[in-house]
Every structure is written in structure tokens, then in C-alpha cells.
Design a protein around this ligand. Sequence first.
Ligand code: FAD
Length: 804
Amino acid sequence: MLWLFALLITIWGLFYYKTPIRWATAVLGMLLGAYILAFGLTPCSISLWSGLLLFAIPANIPVIRQQLFSRWIFKLMKRALPVMSQTEREALEAGNTWWDAELFSGNPDWKVLLDLPASRLSEEEQAFIDGPVETLCAMLNDWDITHNRKDLPPEVWSYIKQQKFCGMIIPKEYGGLAFSETAHSEIVMKIASRSTTAAVTVMVPNSLGPAKLLLNYGTEQQKNHYLPRLVTGAEIPAFALTGPQAGSDAGAMPDTGIVCYNQDKVLGIRLNWEKRYITLGPVSTVLGLAFKLYDPDHLIGDKENIGITVALIPTNTSGISIGKRHNPLDSAFQNGPNWGKDVFIPMDWIIGGVDQVGNGWKMLMQSLTTGRAVSLPALSVGAAKFTCRNTGAYARIRQQFNLPIGEFEGIEEPLARMAGETYILDAARKVTNAALDNGEKPAVISAILKYELTERMRRIVNDGMDIQGGSGICMGPKNYLGRLYQVIPVSITVEGANILTRTMMIFGQGAIRCHPYIQKEMAALQQDDLQQFDDVLFQHIGFFMHNLAASFWLGLTNARFHKVPGDKNTRRYYRHISRLSVGFALFADYALLTLGGSLKRKERLSGLFADVLSNLYLCSCVLKHNQDQGCPEDDASLLQWACQHSIYQAQQSLRAVFWRLPLRPLAWVLRSLIFPLGKPYSPPGDQLIHKTASLLLTDTSVRDRLTHGIYINSNADDATGRIEVAFKAVLAAAPIEAKIRLAQKQKQLSKGDPFKKLAEALTLGIITQDEAELFATAEQARLAAITVDDFSAEELMGGGFKAI
Ligand SMILES: Cc1cc2nc3c(=O)[nH]c(=O)nc-3n(C[C@H](O)[C@H](O)[C@H](O)COP(=O)(O)OP(=O)(O)OC[C@H]3O[C@@H](n4cnc5c(N)ncnc54)[C@H](O)[C@@H]3O)c2cc1C
């Protein structure tokens, strides 16, 4: 028994320490040699030797193992290889991998993440945020914009153009602002905390649109012509990809371009298209149009079906119709359909000229890789911080049953969720921006950011609406949350609708791009290279076996002996991530091995894998963010809530993956290796929930840090300004309120109308004159903060409600 145990431990150790096959054979040989020395040649030792030889000869001699083993796997996998369209391949190959690949490896190298320089603003960027962005926010009145005007006021349009808001990503040589992704994100976040209409208007020209495509692929002539004009707003761009027949599956667009000569013998393209949902379309002067190009007469080459191509087309070109406007959930950003009938354009209107025909999809996917990680995540964090700050304050101002509603356990729960989630969102935003500014182009992480940040923002705003009660429901200039709530599905749907992003893209792309061996194996299969395949396959088997050994050890010890960075507050979370990452890698490999190409259609399973990866990524960002901020002591509750929540979610999703894996007995074995002692992690407990919720109810530096970067004002006539004013006044008057409460308890004072009891308290000398004034000011501010709008029947029927 002891020898058997020694053999098992040795095999486990060889896998755990990733011992090369040659060395592993030598170690096993020595162990068996020792056994023979101890017991002589017995039937057992002879069979062990035979077993070792059977393993060692093919394992150490590639030619033999290729014929005996790899050849069969090669054939099997070739058959199981999913068929991939050109657009799928191009989408898959866009961008690069970064921390996502580390998580996929099962053994993340924390140095990769922690050595990344923290996101930082230059002096010029900070000055722009404190100057023009602050001014723009002060000019915005969301109710006026969305209800009265259904557009931005002319002076806001002019200011946006004059201050070059549309040229944030354009280099200085073209007159642009040349800001970093960090600055871009901070600017969108701040504007979004004031008006989503303005944020979307500024966001689109700087996101996936003509400027980005020109910068990456345009000819010198195109850049010199368009970029300076886009900076000043002389050209308003729109990007037209989606049509009635092609939404999520945009590659299936029926819009065509035929290479031909016009009547003046100019070589060009005759276009026919129908697009819809195009942001800025109704006011655009230049359209970035995606269409499928055909060359039936072989005027530019041998190929007839050239593929998706993108051209820049002035909207006043003959044959173009810019339709009316859509009404996207009562938000007032410009959005509408457009179509073209036999529109002729010269070849040099193609972005990048004739050299880039057919490369449109690749161009779009490459541009989306980074764009998706910046704009919508920034908008989401703006909305999250805005809700935390204002609804948190409202929960302190608003009283029911003689207590601020935020102090009830029922409300504490959503408050804690809002604060903790906002901390996670901001961490992910900042760390990912830092990675982008450092030159990374992580496609899978972009998809995670787009999906997770918009989705979690939806939950935060929903929680906010529950806490606001009727004041979130009754629309009007005083309601700061209702319109935001209304418009959430826009961010959920655009730039890759969320369900598709979660269930198809994150794990679908991750499994191929981030896995250390799958892409290499696929390449070897495609090139019919058995030798290369055999080499990678054996590395892959070693990887799988190492993960088996590691997950059991980490599961048994809860990774207590695993070397990770961090301090007494954070080290355990680093360990938990490392542990779950091995489990994730193991289950992912198992799913790929057993399901092969059919995994592509298992969207429920793929969605759960995406949830595990996303939570591990977000939790890593929280730890990095905390380090970048200098590990402030008073952020401890936020940090703990965020880590415990993400790790618990990752664990639950990983366990849910198990129920969807095939070959149940084997899946059970894997699960008992990953979770040998049951479920190790729990969600945040009651005390932590209480502490985290309290952060939004008090005026502290933690609350300021959590909501840093949004627009804040103290104008008592403003929708959110009155909340700031009331919050400060109510907190200042809290000790006086406590005195009055005590007097009421001791039956010295009556209950009821606050102003009446105030007069009584003053007369009885319970409070001083100064205290009475402070209390009265707080009560007036409180009343102003809880007031909602009402309208006459004419106003309701005819619109035209007055702006606040
Ligand atoms: C306000 C607004 C602004 C926009 N701006 C622009 C713009 O400027 N330019 C532009 O080109 N486009 C724009 N769009 C289009 C946007 O990108 C599309 O709406 C989006 O791609 C989804 O397409 P769809 O609305 O046709 O939904 P559909 O494709 O019909 O999808 C409906 C639902 O099915 C899900 N789904 C689809 N396929 C799958 C699958 N395989 N697996 C799982 N779920 C799936 C989706 O996730 C979604 O939930 C805009 C849209 C809106 C609403």
C-alpha cells in the first residue's frame, strides 16, 4: 500500500510540476528500480515495468507516438473542427489576448496584471475635464433635451463642435485632441452622468466610426481631407452597418456595391442599400457605409464576390435618402434610417482605397475590439456612480416610519449592491483603460466589459428605482433617474447585443484565442501537419494533467500554500481567483474535448463559462484597482464586498457548468477534484452588507472616491443639485434631530409636523436658536428633495412641460 501511495504521489507531483516526459520516465523508472531492489522480481513489479515501457517508448519517441496515437486524434479532431465562415474567422482573429489568457491558463501570472502602470490623465486632459467638460455638463438639462426639444440645444451643438469633443481620438497633426483612452472614458463618463443624449452624441464619432477607420486604414489623402473636418464638426459622421435584414448577424447584409464605369467612364461602384438605427444619421454629412462588393466584369481583379467593404460617402451624394428619425426610448440623440438607390461612388471613396476592398469586416472587427471596451463601459459607470450618489443620498434624506429609509435592512441590501457593483465597474473600467493605453487590444476583455458593465449598470439603476419609489416613477424635470432607467436597453442592444455577447462571443472567442493550445492545434489541423499537431497535442495533454493535479491540491488546501501577491486584506482573494482559474481551465478543456465543434451551439453552457471568466476578470481588476489607489483602509468594505461577490458568482457559475457537461461519471470525477470539500465561498454576509450600504448614507471620502469623476453641483434648483444640498443639510442637522427624537421619546415633545415640534423644542429650551435654524433649513431642503412634478391636463396632452 505504501508503495502504491508513493507511486500515486510521484505521478501527481510529476504532473503538478509539469515535468518533461523524459524526466518523468526517469523518475518513474527509478521508483520502480527501488521497488525491485526492495522486493525482487515479482509479478507485480514485472507488470509495472511493462506498463512503464508501454508508456515510455511511444511517449519519448515522437515518430512512434504519432503513428500509434496522434494520427487517430488528428483524424477525429479534423472531423469535429467547426466550419467557420470568413466573417467568423475575421471576428475571431481581431485584437490580441492579455489577462484573459492568463486566467485561461489556470495559473495566472499576477505580475502581468500588477506591473501594468495605473491609468493616468495628463495635465492637458485633466484641464479639459475641469474646463470644457464641466462647462458642457452645466449647459445640459436632460428634461429639456429629451422632452421639450427632442434634441440638444443649438448652443450645446456649437459648444461640442467648438471644443473639439468629436476629435478626442484624432491626432494633433490633424487638429484633434489626441487624448488617451483613459481621458476618453473619463469624459464620456462625466457627460453621461448629466445627459445620456449628450454622451451618445459625443461618444459615437469617437467610437466605432469614420474617424477610427480612417486613422487605422485611410489613405493619406482621405485622412488629410476628413480628419481636420471631423475635429471641428464641419463633418458630422455616422456609421451605417445595421439594416432591417441584418442586425446581430450584420455580416449577412443584403446591401450591394457593383464595380462598374459611370457615363463619364470613371471606375467606381454602384450602391444599393437600406440601413436603420443609425446614430447621428439624420444630421450626418458623411456616412461610413458597409456593403458587399461584387465585381462581375472583373474590372479590378479576378474575384467576383469581393466581400464586405467600407466607404465614406457624403450624404448629399445623388441617390441617398436620409429618412426621418427613430425615437430610441425617448432619448433625444439623433438616430434614424437611410437608404441609397443606384448611388455611384468613385473607387477612392473606399476607406483605404482599392487596396482595402473586401477587408471591411476585418476593419470593423479590429476597430470594435477596443471601442467596445471604452464608450459604453464609460457610459455605464457614469450612470452607476450617478445612481449611487443621488439615490444613496435620497435614502438618507427620505424618512418613513421615523427613520431614513436607507437604515432599514431591506434597503441596505440594494444599497450595498449598488455601492459594491459600482466599485467593481469602476475598477474594470480603469484597469482596462490602462491596458488599452499600454497598447493592448484585448478582444475578449472588450466583450466582457461591454456585456458586464452595461448589464450591471442595468441592475444598479433598477435598484435605484426601487429605492426612489414614486419619485423615480413620476416623470418630469425633477426626476433624475426615470429617463436613465428608460434608456438602459439602448446600451444593452448596441455594439453587440448582450445576450449574443454573453452566450456566443466571450467564451466562444476566448476558448480559441485565450486557450494556450487550441489555436495552434487548429492551425496544425488546417495545414495537415501531423508532426506539429503531435507536438502541440502532447503539450496540451500535459497542460490538462497539470490542471487536474493542481485543482485537486488547490481544492484540498483552498490554495492556502499557493504563492500569490497581496497583503493580509487581499491575499486570500488572489488565491481564490487562482484556484477558480484552474477549475475553469479544466472544465473548459473537458467541454472542448467532449463537445468539440458542437460547443458552438451550446449557448447556455458557453454563457456560464463566460460568467466564470468575467467574474474572475472583474475581481482581478478590483484587486489591481485597490493597489493602484494605494490600498485605502476605508475602502475595505467595498473591496471585500466586491471580491466576495465576484468570487461567489464565479464559483456558482462554475458549479452550474458542471450540470451541463456530458459524460456524467467523468464530469463528477472532475467536479470532486475541483471542489473536493464542497462549496468554499459564500456571498457577502450581513455585517459587510450593513457597512457597505452605510457608505452611501454618509458624506465621506470613500463616497467621494467611489463617485469621483461625475458631474456634481449644489444648485438648489437643479434636479440633482437639490439632493446634494439636502443631503449635506440633513447630515448637519442629524445631532439636533437626535435631540428632538430623544425629547419625543421622553414625552417632552409631541410627534407630527416637524416645524411645529421645532417651535416647541425651542420654547422648551431643548435646542438653541442656531440649532433650530439649522434644523429648519434641513427640513426645507428635505421637502424640496422629495418633491415630484405634477402637470395640468393641457400640459400632459399637449406636451411642452417647462424645464426646471
Ligand atoms: C439606439 C440604437 C442605435 C444604434 N446605432 C447604430 C449605428 O450607429 N450604426 C449601426 O450600424 N447600427 C446601430 N445600431 C444597431 C445595433 O447595433 C443593432 O440593433 C444590434 O446589432 C442588434 O440588432 P437587432 O436590433 O436587429 O436585433 P437582432 O439581431 O434581431 O437580435 C435580437 C435579440 O436576439 C439575440 N440574438 C441574435 N442572434 C443571437 C445568437 N446567435 N445567439 C444568442 N442571441 C442572439 C440578440 O442578442 C438580441 O437580444 C443601433 C441600434 C439602436 C437600437
